[in-house]
Structure formats: structure tokens, C-alpha cells
Design a protein around this ligand. Structure first.
Ligand code: NAP
Length: 334
């Protein structure tokens, strides 16, 4: 039975989540002598992985400061070490629920992978940086070729050598799919945009621009039935199913990009922080990082459905730490 009532002490600042937003917040907070506790995730499932989405990307080539790029996992490890050097404490625990109606705030967390009991931590301030998880089609073959031709981020992976001058497939019909497909036409020989209906969901201007691109081939009323390939070569094609005729055919492709939306990791908040209609945390001030609950801040993809980059998440993490530090000082917590 979980021992939920064991409170060791009240933390000044707890940071939930350990992607670039969380680690940057930790670096700033630790250097401000707040000795933050990062609840990094327990790794039980993909969306509970310490390090977040970057743990599933290969080379990060667009984060300034790394002239020759850096491996996503390495980047997260280095950010963690930098945060720890200044006194950040890290627990590989996943947050199951919170109570933000009381002061100090209450946070319950667990490591189900190692079998740790649920614990309760109290905190005077909280930064939420739990990110968002890219939606995938859910095919077994898709999972098999992840990082070997299957990706959910064209900006992260599109420029990799395996995708250059090769035919590619993008799945989806929203703004992301259009953006990703257009971006990929810079590298690919051809981009097949596979959409389950005969009309794009994307904004009109984006849809028109995308469909005018000479390298883009729309594949309407269709879904991906199976990702094809070998262990040695990765993705070599996708089997497409036409939803109107039920007929299948194969498209040759070196890569498949899923662009069917993201799901922000906000379930554990159970409605205690204002979310928008898509489940992202709302920052009422827009510019600052305070959420609808005073003393609770948010940073990174969990509060950003638009930019979703490591560098923008890191910038938001910096803002959240500075805002949290000011909030704590104003409330006499040093
Ligand atoms: P989205 O608008 O929710 O579109 C998701 C697309 O994926 C839809 O076309 C949907 O098909 C399709 N889809 C969903 N589940 C699927 C499945 N299981 N199999 C096949 N297809 C599936 O998501 P988004 O494109 O990521 O955009 C999210 C938000 O960010 C939107 O508000 C968007 O406007 C915004 N955004 C803006 C920009 C920009 O302005 N530059 C860029 C990117 C995103 P249906 O159409 O049939 O539902």
C-alpha cells in the first residue's frame, strides 16, 4: 500500500519534468540558491522518460552552441550534470497527482519501475515542465523503425543524411503536417502527404501553399497500414490503404514522419491549473510564466503548442526559474 503521507520536508521549489525546460529552470534556480528538487520521471513509459522527447531524437543540430550538433540523450545528460553542479537534487519519480489548493503545495510521486512507494512532497513553488508527447499512429511497425526512418519531428530530423534526396512520407492534414511536409521538400526528392480525408484541416493559406509545392504529392482518403523496411536499411516504404476503396498499395520512402498532433502531459493536474481546449497550460500573462495558480509556473512544450523547440523550451525554463525566485522572495522564502 503506498505510504502517501510521509513528508520529509517542505521544498522551496519543485520542478516537474526534465527536458530542456526543466533542466534550464533547475540551472537558474540552483544558481539562485534555491536547491530545487527535480522530479524527472520514472521511465515506465515513453511519456514518463527522464529527459523527455529529446531522448528519442538522434542528432540535435539547431541548438546554438553545438557547432557539430549533439546527441539528444547526451544533451539531456549534460544539462542534468550542469544543474546538479549547482545543487539541484534529482529524483527519478513520476508525479501522479497534485493539490494546488493548499499552501504549501502538495505533490505525490512514485517510481513504478523500481517499485518505490508513492511519496508526498510539499513545495512553496512549483515549475511544471512535463512537455508534450507526439502522437503516433500506433502501428507495431512504426515503433520498430523509430529513429531508423520513423520520426515525429521534421525540424529535428529532416536534415539527416538518410532523408536527403529520397522520397518521404508525412502523415496528417493539419498545420503541423503542412509545415513538416513543406520543410522536408527542402531535402527530399518527393514528399507524399498522406491524409485520411480529402481536405486538409490546416489553415487555408498553409494548405494552399503546401499543395502548390511541386515536390509534394497528396495522397487523399488514405492511412498508413504498415511501415516497411529492414533492420539494416530502416524504412524503405509504407503500405497505404485507401479508406474509400479499401485497396492497398506501396509507396517507396526512406522515412515516415507522423504529424498527427501532440498531447501535452497535463493529466496529473486534474484540472487544477487552467488549460486551453487542447490541454496545454495557459499562461494568463502571456509573457510571464505564472499559471492560473499563483506560485505555480510552467515552461516548455506543456505550455507551448506553437514553437515546440528545445531552445524555446530552455528559454521558457529560464523565465520560469526567475519568476519563481521572485515569487518566493516576495513571500519571504529564501
Ligand atoms: P491538428 O490540427 O490536431 O491536426 C492533426 C491532423 O492529424 C489532422 O489532420 C487529423 O486528421 C490527423 N490525424 C489525427 N489523428 C490521426 C490518426 N490517428 N491517423 C491519421 N491522421 C490523424 O494538429 P497539428 O497540425 O499538430 O496542430 C496543432 C495546433 O498547432 C493547431 O492549432 C495548429 O493550427 C497549430 N499549429 C500552427 C502552426 C502555424 O501556425 N505555423 C504550425 C503547427 C501547428 P483530421 O483532419 O481528419 O482530423
Amino acid at each position: 500500500m503506498p505510504n502517501s503521507n510521509l513528508i520529509e520536508k517542505t521544498e522551496k521549489l519543485v520542478i516537474i519534468g526534465s527536458g530542456p525546460a526543466g533542466w534550464t529552470a533547475a540551472i537558474y534556480a540552483a544558481r539562485a540558491n534555491l536547491a530545487p528538487l527535480v522530479l524527472a520521471g520514472d521511465g515506465l513509459t515513453r511519456d514518463r522518460m527522464p529527459g523527455g522527447q529529446l531522448m528519442f531524437t538522434t542528432e540535435v543540430e539547431n541548438f546554438p552552441g553545438f557547432e557539430h550538433g549533439i546527441d539528444g540523450q547526451k544533451m539531456m545528460a549534460v544539462m542534468q550534470q550542469q544543474a546538479e553542479r549547482f545543487g539541484t537534487r534529482v529524483s527519478n519519480h513520476f508525479v501522479t497527482r497534485v493539490d494546488f489548493s493548499v499552501r504549501p503545495f502538495k505533490i505525490w510521486h512514485i517510481n513504478e519501475l523500481s517499485g518505490d512507494d508513492e511519496q508526498l512532497t510539499e513545495a512553496h513553488a512549483v515549475i511544471i515542465s512535463t512537455g508534450a508527447s507526439a502522437n503516433y499512429l500506433g502501428l507495431e511497425s512504426e515503433r520498430k523503425f523509430e529513429n531508423n526512418g520513423v520520426s515525429a519531428c521534421a525540424v529535428c530530423d529532416g536534415a539527416l543524411p538518410r532523408f536527403r534526396n529520397a522520397p518521404l512520407v508525412v502523415v496528417g492534414g493539419g498545420d503541423s503536417a503542412c509545415e513538416e511536409a513543406t520543410y522536408l521538400t527542402k531535402f527530399a526528392s518527393k514528399v507524399h502527404l498522406v491524409h485520411r480525408r480529402d481536405e486538409l484541416r490546416a489553415s487555408k493559406i498553409m494548405a494552399e501553399r503546401t499543395l502548390k509545392n511541386p515536390k509534394l504529392v497528396p495522397v487523399w482518403n488514405s492511412t498508413v497500414d504498415e511501415v516497411l523496411g529492414t533492420d539494416a536499411d530502416g524504412v524503405t516504404g509504407v503500405r497505404i490503404k485507401n479508406l474509400k476503396t479499401n485497396q492497398t498499395h506501396t509507396i517507396e520512402a526512406r522515412g515516415m514522419f507522423a504529424a498527427i498532433g501532440h498531447t501535452p502531459n497535463t493529466k496529473f493536474l486534474n484540472g487544477q491549473v487552467q488549460l486551453n481546449e487542447k490541454g496545454y497550460i495557459v499562461l494568463p500573462d502571456g509573457f510571464r510564466s505564472m499559471t492560473s495558480v499563483e506560485g505555480v509556473f510552467a515552461a516548455g512544450d506543456v505550455a507551448d503548442s506553437v514553437y515546440r523547440q528545445a531552445i524555446t523550451a530552455a528559454g521558457m525554463g529560464c523565465k520560469a526559474a526567475i519568476d519563481a525566485e521572485r515569487h518566493l522572495a516576495e513571500n519571504g522564502v529564501h
